[in-house]
Design a protein around this ligand. Structure first.
Ligand SMILES: Cc1ncc(C[n+]2csc(CCOP(=O)(O)OP(=O)(O)O)c2C)c(N)n1
Length: 115
Protein backbone atom coordinates (compact mmCIF):
# COMPACT_ATOMS: atom_id res chain seq x y z
CA UNK A 1 0.00 0.00 0.00
CA UNK A 2 1.16 3.54 -0.75
CA UNK A 3 -0.14 6.51 1.28
CA UNK A 4 0.32 10.13 0.17
CA UNK A 5 0.12 12.90 2.77
CA UNK A 6 1.16 16.48 3.49
CA UNK A 7 3.53 17.31 6.33
CA UNK A 8 0.68 18.90 8.30
CA UNK A 9 -1.50 15.84 7.84
CA UNK A 10 1.31 13.52 8.91
CA UNK A 11 2.09 15.62 12.00
CA UNK A 12 -1.55 15.24 13.07
CA UNK A 13 -1.14 11.45 13.32
CA UNK A 14 2.60 10.87 13.62
CA UNK A 15 2.17 8.06 16.14
CA UNK A 16 0.68 5.84 13.45
CA UNK A 17 4.21 5.43 12.06
CA UNK A 18 5.19 3.66 15.30
CA UNK A 19 2.19 1.34 14.89
CA UNK A 20 3.20 0.61 11.28
CA UNK A 21 6.71 -0.34 12.48
CA UNK A 22 5.30 -2.40 15.36
CA UNK A 23 3.05 -4.31 12.96
CA UNK A 24 5.68 -4.42 10.21
CA UNK A 25 2.97 -3.13 7.89
CA UNK A 26 3.70 -3.23 4.15
CA UNK A 27 3.15 0.46 3.62
CA UNK A 28 5.13 3.21 1.94
CA UNK A 29 4.24 6.68 3.25
CA UNK A 30 5.08 9.52 0.88
CA UNK A 31 5.01 12.91 2.56
CA UNK A 32 4.96 16.14 0.54
CA UNK A 33 6.98 18.27 2.93
CA UNK A 34 6.39 21.97 2.22
CA UNK A 35 6.91 23.21 5.79
CA UNK A 36 3.36 24.52 6.06
CA UNK A 37 -0.40 23.99 6.25
CA UNK A 38 -0.49 25.42 2.76
CA UNK A 39 -4.21 25.17 2.11
CA UNK A 40 -4.93 27.18 5.26
CA UNK A 41 -1.96 29.49 4.61
CA UNK A 42 -3.28 30.36 1.13
CA UNK A 43 -6.79 31.06 2.49
CA UNK A 44 -5.30 33.38 5.12
CA UNK A 45 -3.36 35.24 2.42
CA UNK A 46 -6.39 35.47 0.11
CA UNK A 47 -8.38 37.16 2.89
CA UNK A 48 -5.56 39.60 3.59
CA UNK A 49 -4.64 38.10 6.98
CA UNK A 50 -1.07 37.71 8.22
CA UNK A 51 0.33 34.22 7.80
CA UNK A 52 -0.08 32.95 11.36
CA UNK A 53 0.63 29.54 12.89
CA UNK A 54 0.81 27.73 9.57
CA UNK A 55 4.55 27.59 8.82
CA UNK A 56 7.38 25.83 10.64
CA UNK A 57 10.94 24.53 10.30
CA UNK A 58 11.11 21.59 7.92
CA UNK A 59 10.69 18.39 9.96
CA UNK A 60 13.05 15.56 9.01
CA UNK A 61 10.45 12.80 8.67
CA UNK A 62 13.00 10.36 7.23
CA UNK A 63 14.97 10.67 10.49
CA UNK A 64 11.75 10.25 12.49
CA UNK A 65 10.91 7.05 10.62
CA UNK A 66 14.44 5.71 11.04
CA UNK A 67 14.32 6.57 14.75
CA UNK A 68 11.12 4.57 15.08
CA UNK A 69 12.80 1.54 13.51
CA UNK A 70 11.43 1.88 9.98
CA UNK A 71 13.16 2.84 6.73
CA UNK A 72 13.28 6.54 5.92
CA UNK A 73 14.43 8.34 2.78
CA UNK A 74 14.78 12.07 2.21
CA UNK A 75 14.58 13.23 -1.43
CA UNK A 76 14.90 16.55 -3.25
CA UNK A 77 14.28 15.72 -6.91
CA UNK A 78 12.58 13.23 -9.24
CA UNK A 79 15.67 11.02 -9.69
CA UNK A 80 16.13 10.64 -5.93
CA UNK A 81 12.38 10.08 -5.53
CA UNK A 82 12.31 7.28 -8.13
CA UNK A 83 15.34 5.55 -6.60
CA UNK A 84 13.89 5.83 -3.07
CA UNK A 85 10.50 4.52 -4.19
CA UNK A 86 12.06 1.49 -5.88
CA UNK A 87 14.10 0.72 -2.76
CA UNK A 88 11.14 1.31 -0.46
CA UNK A 89 8.96 -1.12 -2.42
CA UNK A 90 11.71 -3.77 -2.51
CA UNK A 91 12.29 -3.98 1.25
CA UNK A 92 10.11 -5.41 4.00
CA UNK A 93 8.17 -3.51 6.67
CA UNK A 94 7.10 0.12 6.44
CA UNK A 95 9.05 2.87 4.70
CA UNK A 96 8.66 6.63 4.43
CA UNK A 97 9.80 8.98 1.68
CA UNK A 98 10.14 12.60 2.75
CA UNK A 99 9.81 14.74 -0.41
CA UNK A 100 11.00 18.35 -0.13
CA UNK A 101 8.43 20.58 -1.86
CA UNK A 102 8.55 24.30 -2.65
CA UNK A 103 5.07 25.75 -1.98
CA UNK A 104 5.57 29.11 -3.70
CA UNK A 105 3.66 28.08 -6.84
CA UNK A 106 0.52 26.96 -4.96
CA UNK A 107 -1.55 30.19 -5.09
CA UNK A 108 -1.28 30.34 -8.91
CA UNK A 109 -1.98 26.62 -9.15
CA UNK A 110 -5.08 26.95 -6.96
CA UNK A 111 -6.31 29.93 -8.96
CA UNK A 112 -5.95 27.92 -12.19
CA UNK A 113 -7.83 24.97 -10.68
CA UNK A 114 -10.60 26.78 -8.81
CA UNK A 115 -10.73 30.18 -10.44
C1 LIG B 1 -8.06 16.12 11.85
C2 LIG B 1 -8.08 17.38 10.98
N1 LIG B 1 -7.76 18.56 11.54
C3 LIG B 1 -7.76 19.68 10.78
C4 LIG B 1 -8.11 19.63 9.46
C5 LIG B 1 -8.17 20.90 8.62
N2 LIG B 1 -7.19 20.91 7.56
C6 LIG B 1 -7.53 20.70 6.27
S1 LIG B 1 -6.24 20.81 5.21
C7 LIG B 1 -5.19 21.17 6.48
C8 LIG B 1 -3.75 21.41 6.21
C9 LIG B 1 -3.05 20.17 5.80
O1 LIG B 1 -1.67 20.49 5.66
P1 LIG B 1 -0.72 19.57 4.84
O2 LIG B 1 -1.02 18.14 5.11
O3 LIG B 1 0.68 20.03 5.12
O4 LIG B 1 -1.12 19.83 3.33
P2 LIG B 1 -0.91 21.17 2.46
O5 LIG B 1 -2.13 22.00 2.71
O6 LIG B 1 0.37 21.83 2.90
O7 LIG B 1 -0.85 20.66 1.05
C10 LIG B 1 -5.87 21.21 7.70
C11 LIG B 1 -5.27 21.55 9.03
C12 LIG B 1 -8.45 18.37 8.93
N3 LIG B 1 -8.81 18.21 7.66
N4 LIG B 1 -8.43 17.26 9.70
Amino acid sequence: MIAFTGDGGLLMCLGELATAVDQQARIVVIVFNDQSLSLIDIKQQQRGFDSLGVRWQRPDFAAVMTGLGGRGYGVNDIAQYTAALEEALRGSGPALIDVAIDPTGYPEQLKALRG
